[in-house]
Design a protein around this ligand. Structure first.
Ligand SMILES: [Mg+2]
Length: 275
């Protein structure tokens, strides 16, 4: 625990209210193909203390089933139904907020399938809007067509803001980088950017948890997405130092708790079980 001892009572007070943990993936519960220190113990502590969890990810280049398989491969007990990705949130948003029927998608198969599952029609001819995701199959011809649609006044949405995804081989251009190419070409910003830290994503996660915002804690390794998502939605937050944030930067993050690893959080959860 990095906070001064005078804050311990307040932190215990917070943890005693928490019924559901929202968990980020990379840098938080796994690093590459391996679980982070204490991750398995955190899942055990969640179960033992009668809490629940939901894995919340911006990465829509793979399906929730594939995310779950990767996490189980790292030794963590996660099923597809325990995961909320920006693909499902985008599909919900397009149907209920923008009332779209047809969309042009720059995105991987997992995103396209999530949109189809919500009853959206995928088309490159006069779509109701353009959806940009983490397109690991990006093709120049379709990038060009998307720019034409947007220049012509078509609404557009980015599924999440991340510009790069760390991998063992180097940084992959993520949704934010593809969005930047379109912005640079057309001079148009997306009408909305979903994913963490967008408020709509936080609300979707809270609804799925079945609890109120004050009973939910976001656990992640980034202040600008994970901690901010919590703040925007009235949830508590824990910043873990196994990923993108150094212990020096963590002090400025505004997180309610800062832990070196998830083993520490597991101990705190067991010591402060909700009544
Ligand atoms: Mg992360």
């Amino acid at each position: 625990m990095k906070a001064p001892a005078s804050e311990t009572f307040e932190q215990a007070n917070i943890l005693g209210k928490i019924r559901c943990l929202l968990l980020d993936i990379d840098g938080t519960i796994v690093l590459g193909q391996k679980q982070t220190p204490g991750a398995e113990r955190l899942f055990e502590a969640i179960e033992e203390s009668g809490r629940s969890f939901l894995v919340v990810t911006n990465n829509n280049s793979i399906s929730v089933g594939e995310h779950a398989a990767r996490l189980r491969g790292a030794g963590l007990p996660v099923e597809a139904e325990n995961i909320l990705s920006s693909a499902e949130v985008a599909a919900e948003f397009l149907k209920t907020e923008w009332k779209c029927n047809s969309v042009m998608v720059l995105g991987a198969k997992a995103l396209r399938n999530a949109l189809l599952a919500k009853g959206l029609k995928l088309t490159d001819e006069n779509p109701d809007c353009v959806v940009v995701g983490f397109d690991t199959e990006l093709c120049y011809e379709r990038l060009k067509r998307a720019c034409f649609e947007i220049e012509g006044g078509c609404k557009w949405l980015a599924t999440h803001p991340d510009v790069a995804m760390p991998s063992p081989e180097g940084l992959w251009p993520d949704c934010g980088a593809i969005t930047a190419a379109i912005c640079t070409t057309t001079g148009q910003e997306p009408d909305i950017v979903l994913g963490k830290p967008c408020k709509y994503m936080g609300q979707a996660a809270i609804r799925r948890s079945g609890f109120t915002a004050e009973q939910v804690m976001m656990v992640g390794d980034r202040a600008e997405t994970d901690v901010l998502l919590a703040k925007e939605n009235g949830m508590y937050s824990t910043l873990v130092l196994t990923g993108a944030t150094s212990s020096k930067d963590a002090q400025r993050s505004g997180a309610d708790l800062i832990v070196d690893n998830l083993g520490q959080l597991a101990k705190l959860l067991l010591a402060n079980v909700p009544k």
